[in-house]
Design a protein around this ligand. Structure first.
Ligand code: ADP
Ligand code: MG
Length: 594
């Protein structure tokens, strides 16, 4: 067989190429660049629409000339009609095209973000708030839409309009022009003060929205507990506080936005009055004709649109930069980036696992969980990991799956350190059943095939049988296609666990890792589970974190954990004979559970 190319994902390498070091405005440019053509076409059309509008005051001057010369109005009115229609059409089409580009930008950013989020390292997700990550994908990216489309181009267009208008003013009358410019300088200074404040308030507001999402996620992930604890009011008040913060910060941003509006309009209005005064005097003295004054005033009037547009664009830009800041923070998290890698092996049959003097801790500032763990398991059969809660049994599985790297020592699969396996291939040979909530919202079928998209109906039927799920499937209204609720809430604990086992088996794993739920199962469920494990152990290497005597007594090998070390290995009979801790466990925990 030709070696297939697999994608490897390196857990150890952090992803971030320090994008945070780049200014958000640079990131905005990077986002927008792939969609530049559509943006520019839309922008050009909008700009053309604006230019057409700029002609209106000139036509108005023409109308006044025509009237004072007693000529026919037909021609200027025709011009005016044409200008209104063409200008209107351009003004609609341009922004529409830019909005399309804006949606495309959002899609691009969301795709990147989705890739990042789903590939995040387990360690990152363990310490983050999922709800906040959700709000970055949904709400923050949405803030980018306008800013990546109409805002920048619209701002640039407005700036050009204003420059064009100013040039026209200078051409019409220098004295009036000077009066106006003094006001423009005033506006600029005030904007420089106001804009960063809009951005800060927006970041705070989005942060509060993220908190709200986190709190909601927290509630729904333990909904029954929240209800049973009568904690609704407590949770509601926390959500309410986040919503209030979002409102307050939003109001704060609006305050600065409003101030920016005033800061733009007041000077323009003052300029209007001053031009009227200065211009009136010049007309009276005969230094200027009425047409020029009216043209100048109309220009000023006309420029109010672009000026308020520019100010709004600058405000929106601040909002967008705030969003980019939050989106880019996700890019700084460690994820498992896909890397092309050769497939290592075509081997079939049970995989071997070995721990050699493994030490491990979950963080540099946390105590060690494994203090030198050594054990091995190879060939078909059942290896049970037992020991008190917190001894580090679940952690063993996390290290095999390379959710975390061992601190020292080696974890090998088929004699190769897990760090040297292409990650996709490594996880591809393992079937893993988590200790808790191993079922996702969706149909039963979706829950099974997520682990093996190529599985046929025959394969599914077989694992359903092996996992003793036939009865459940028959009972459900739509069989395999029935929805089983958020975290599988419509199933019993035993059923959930067997669904997870069926999913793991559908991968045809060479190694099955099974973290038994500590919750007690009824006798029928327990017998079924035991049979499923024994069936699987016929075909492959099964490691099970065992809490039940029936599981342990069936095991070919038992590994006894105690606070981060393996204290004994043997069969049930040997350990009852030789190991005090195991004897205790068997007598109390295991026996009573049986
Ligand atoms: P067991 O499965 O034997 O009950 P675990 O392997 O789950 O034990 O946990 C061993 C120890 O590691 C416990 O003290 C637990 O508090 C700690 N621990 C587990 N997961 C994490 C984590 N993600 N971050 C920090 N500490 C953890
Ligand atoms: Mg555990």
């Amino acid at each position: 067989r030709k070696p297939e190319t697999m994608t490897d994902t390196t857990t150890a390498a952090p992803v971030a190429e320090a994008p945070a070091a780049k200014a958000p405005i640079t990131r905005l440019w990077a986002y927008a660049r792939p969609h530049l053509r559509l943006l520019l076409i839309g922008g050009a059309l909008s700009f053309a629409g604006g230019l057409v509008g700029l002609v209106q005051p000139l036509i108005a001057m023409d109308v006044i000339d025509t009237l004072s010369n007693d000529e026919s109005l037909t021609r200027p009115l025709l011009y005016l009609t044409a200008v209104v229609i063409v200008g209107g059409a351009l003004a609609a089409l341009g922004p529409y095209l830019m909005q399309i580009a804006g949606q495309d930008v959002v899609l691009t950013v969301r795709r990147q973000l989705i890739g990042r989020l789903v590939r995040l390292q387990v360690a990152e997700v363990d310490r983050l708030k999922p709800g906040d990550l959700v709000s970055r994908l949904t709400s923050d990216t949405n803030l980018l839409r306008t800013v990546a489309s109409t805002t920048v181009i619209g701002g640039v267009t407005d700036a050009f309009m204003i420059l064009g208008g100013i040039a026209l003013m200078a051409w019409l009358d220098l004295a009036l022009f000077g009066t106006t410019m003094a006001m423009v300088v005033m506006v600029t200074v005030m904007m420089l003060f106001i804009m960063p404040r809009i951005q800060n308030a927006t970041v705070d507001s989005q942060k509060a929205l993220g908190d709200m999402g986190s709190l909601l996620e927290r509630i729904f992930s333990a909904f029954r507990t929240v209800k049973a604890s009568g904690a609704e009011d407590h949770e509601i008040s926390r959500l309410d506080a986040a919503a209030t913060t979002a409102r307050d910060k939003g109001v704060k941003a609006s305050f600065w936005e409003a101030l920016a509006g005033v800061a733009a309009f007041m000077p323009v209005n003052i300029a209007f009055l001053m031009v009227l005064g200065v211009g009136g005097a010049r007309v009276a003295s005969g230094a200027m004709d009425v047409g020029t004054l009216i043209g100048f005033l109309l220009l000023l009037f006309y420029l109010m649109g672009p000026i308020s547009g520019l100010v709004a664009s600058l405000s929106q830009l601040q909002t967008g930069l705030a969003a980019i800041h939050r989106v880019e923070e996700v890019a700084n998290l460690d994820s498992e980036e896909p890397v092309e890698a050769e497939r290592m092996t075509d081997r079939d049959g049970p995989a071997q696992v070995a721990f050699a003097d493994v030490t491990f801790r979950y963080g540099d500032d946390l105590p060690f969980v494994h203090h030198g763990v050594t054990f091995a398991s190879s060939g078909r059969g059942l290896t049970a990991l037992v020991g008190p809660s917190g001894a580090g049994k679940t952690t063993v599985f996390s290290l095999i799956e390379r959710f975390y790297p061992a601190t020292t020592g080696s974890v090998t699969v088929d004699g190769v350190d897990v760090a040297d396996w292409p990650l996709e291939e490594l996880r591809g040979l393992i079937g893993y059943v988590e200790q808790d909530a191993p079922v996702l919202d969706g149909s039963l079928r979706e829950n099974l095939v997520m682990a093996a998209p190529d599985a046929g109906d025959g394969d599914i039927d077989e694992v359903v049988k092996v996992a003793r799920l036939t009865e459940l499937v028959d009972k459900l209204p739509d069989g395999l296609d029935s929805r089983i609720g958020y975290r599988g809430t419509t199933l019993s604990g035993g059923e959930r666990q067997r669904v997870a086992i069926a999913r793991a088996l559908l991968r045809k794993p060479r190694l099955l890792l099974l973290d038994e739920a500590t919750s007690q199962l009824d006798a029928a469920n327990e017998a079924a589970l035991k049979q499923v494990m024994l069936d699987a152990a016929e075909r492959t290497n099964v490691l099970v974190v065992a809490h039940r005597l029936s599981t342990v007594t069936s095991a070919d090998q038992i590994v006894v954990f105690d606070t981060g070390v393996v204290r004994a290995v043997g069969t049930h009979a040997e350990l009852v004979e030789n190991d005090e801790l195991y004897r205790g466990l068997a007598a109390s925990q295991l026996l009573t559970a049986a």
